[in-house]
Design a protein around this ligand. Structure first.
Ligand code: PEP
Ligand code: MG
Length: 594
């Protein structure tokens, strides 16, 4: 047990909930173990051949990287890798490595390590900062050569044998998915932000998480017990007994509130009997049972891309069909007529799939999501066919992500028509009344909402991306998290425009971004007239609990709070005013939303 004093590290409240347990440090790319041995007499040439082949492989990899970068990025990025190629071919480094093989009879990997260690020391001694920086390039070349020579494949989760708090620099969606759920009590990461995909995943899996903790990987000791508070965004290291008892009390209180909300009226019922529909966001790989347990009244967003992320290749039409069908049937069991909104493949940005996503200089602005599908119509056709086939088993809504213009909507409609024609001619049944909707998650879409409404049956506002694109602030980068504000007046204006357009055209409008689950922000969207709030199921009880204590007249009053602020108020000031209104209105529920 650690003798250190308790210390609390503040981060971003990423996924609500509490967890205490031992720390497991997850390192995405550990030290490469390099065997060192004396090669048998007469095997020097074989070892030199291995070294040359490895060098050629690395050279080829770099060549590929340069070609891609030349096409898509600036000269500066290319120069880094050209410099790596030069280092790889450097005569003195090459001769030194070969000498270690011939004269010291070292195996190739050990010879590389020894040569690079010498060069690194030389560079590090130089006064010129430019040359000192070159150490990083040498490290990079060394890693590439050693990986090729040793066939090193690293499993960062090796050694995770007991339920633990995963402490990491950052995690990609596939790394997160691949961790054994039963061994993960919580996530604490140096980087990341509240809407990164790790965050979404943590919420969907009901795993508490705190991101943006800075240097938690170096502060936390492997195996020590820590307290993770995903609701307020804090991790306490080396807690004493008093802190632990306090923490457990907090956990109990929150659980009671959630339980009470769960056993009351249907989710989203207002005090005066009105309602705001509360749906769940789901994706393949999470147990659907949780959805009903938390009171969801339908599935508002099915993130189909996780079928790709899990496998890292395109799932077949039949595999997709089976997954969609299961979800649709499940939705039908929630209540008669409940729908499942299935969103077509939304890859790109931070959701990269090996073999599909190409390297782009600006992936968030690149050929992603619907843009990828419309340039890979065969992939889209297979997916739309699978979704249509599933619609024979219940109520399906088909949704297009990342649409920015009418052309894309028209184009997508031709694929849908083609899929229907094919199924008709193959006599395969599908629901003829399938509704088609569009995500409003690009500012252009919000501004075009009036035109979009002519082409679709519903809107779903994706605030995760809408905020990112409006504020030009990466949703996964904690360094710009302060700019990522749902209450920035520009964001609010776009959402109001979208809701107004939906009302003018009599179509349903929902919010399925994570802000829907925020007690202050989500309720504000509802007050603006949003029909559906769709969120990770675990957040439903709290939002429901708040709504059950408000009437429509209360919501109307709440909607006016930001308007009553003086012009020039900041997003934080607007948030604070809304929070104050809520505290005054529902003093007994402060634990829920403070
Ligand atoms: C969004 O952008 O708000 C959204 C729901 O989509 P995703 O988070 O999957 O990008
Ligand atoms: Mg999105």
């Amino acid at each position: 047990m650690s003798n250190r004093r308790p210390s609390t590290v503040a981060g971003l409240a990423t996924a609500r909930g509490y967890a205490s347990g031992p720390v497991f440090i997850y390192r995405s790319d550990g030290e490469i173990p390099v065997p060192e041995y004396i090669i048998a007499d007469g095997r020097e040439d074989d070892e030199l051949l291995r070294l040359n082949r490895a060098r050629e492989d690395v050279h080829r990899d770099l060549e590929g990287l340069i070609a891609v970068l030349k096409e898509r990025a600036g000269r500066g990025d290319v120069r880094i890798f050209e410099c790596h190629q030069m280092l790889l071919e450097d005569e003195s480094l090459r001769r030194e490595t070969e000498r270690h093989i011939r004269e010291d009879r070292l195996n190739a990997a050990a010879a590389v390590k020894k040569t690079i260690a010498g060069a690194r020391a030389q560079f590090a001694r130089m006064n010129d900062p430019y040359f000192r920086e070159r150490v990083r390039d040498i490290d990079d070349i060394e890693r590439r050569l050693l990986k090729t020579l040793t066939g090193y494949e690293h499993n960062p989760a090796e050694g995770l044998t007991v339920p633990s708090i995963i402490v990491a620099d950052d995690l990609t969606p596939s790394e997160t998915v691949q961790l054994p759920r039963e061994l993960v009590l919580g996530f604490a990461t140096n980087g990341g932000s509240t809407t990164s995909h790790v965050a979404l995943l943590a919420r969907a899996l009901a795993i508490p998480a705190v991101c943006g903790l800075g240097d938690i990987t170096s502060r936390a000791e492997p195996g020590e017990t820590v307290l993770l508070d995903g609701t307020n965004g804090a991790v306490t290291l080396s807690p004493d007994e008093g802190l632990r008892i306090q923490f457990e009390d907090l956990v109990r209180r929150q659980r009671e509130i959630a339980e009470e909300a769960r056993t009351g009226k249907p989710a989203g019922t207002l005090k005066d009997g009105g309602e705001v529909l509360i749906y769940a966001n789901v994706h393949p790989g999470i147990p659907l049972a949780g959805v009903t347990e938390y009171g969801a009244r339908g599935i508002g967003l099915y993130r189909s891309e996780y079928l790709w992320l899990d496998k890292e290749t395109e799932p077949t039409e039949d595999e997709q069909f089976e997954a969609y069908k299961r979800t649709v049937i499940y939705a039908g069991k929630i209540r008669p007529g409940a729908s499942a909104t299935i969103r077509v493949l939304d890859i790109g940005g931070d959701k990269l799939v090996r073999g599909i996503s190409t390297k782009e200089a600006n992936p968030f602005l690149g050929n992603r999501s619907i843009r990828y599908l419309l340039t890979h119509r065969d992939v889209m056709l297979r997916q739309v066919r699978a979704i249509l086939r599933a619609s024979a088993f219940g109520k399906v809504k088909l949704m297009y992500p990342m649409v920015s213009c009418i052309e894309e909507l028209r184009d997508a409609a031709t694929v849908l028509e083609a899929a229907k024609r094919e199924l008709d001619s193959e006599k395969i049944p599908y629901g003829k009344d399938i509704q088609v909707g569009v995500m409003i998650e690009i500012p252009a879409a919000a501004l075009n909402a009036d035109d979009f409404a002519r082409y679709v049956d519903f809107f779903s506002i994706g605030t995760n991306d809408l905020i990112q694109y409006t504020m030009a602030a990466d949703r996964g980068n904690d360094a710009v998290a302060h700019l990522y504000q749902p209450f920035n007046p520009a964001v609010v204006r776009l959402i109001r425009e979208t809701v107004a357009a939906a009302k003018r055209h009599g179509i349903q409008v929902s919010v399925c971004g994570e802000s829907a689950a925020d007690p202050i922000v989500g309720i504000y969207w509802a007050s603006l007239g949003v029909d559906v709030l769709s969120m990770s199921a675990t957040y439903i009880p709290v939002i429901s609990k708040i709504l059950s204590n408000l009437t429509r007249a209360d919501l109307d009053e709440y909607a006016k709070v930001p308007d009553s602020m003086p012009r020039g108020s900041t997003a934080q000031e607007i948030f604070d005013a809304c929070q104050q209104w809520m505290v005054k209105k529902l003093p007994d529920l402060q634990d829920v939303f403070l």
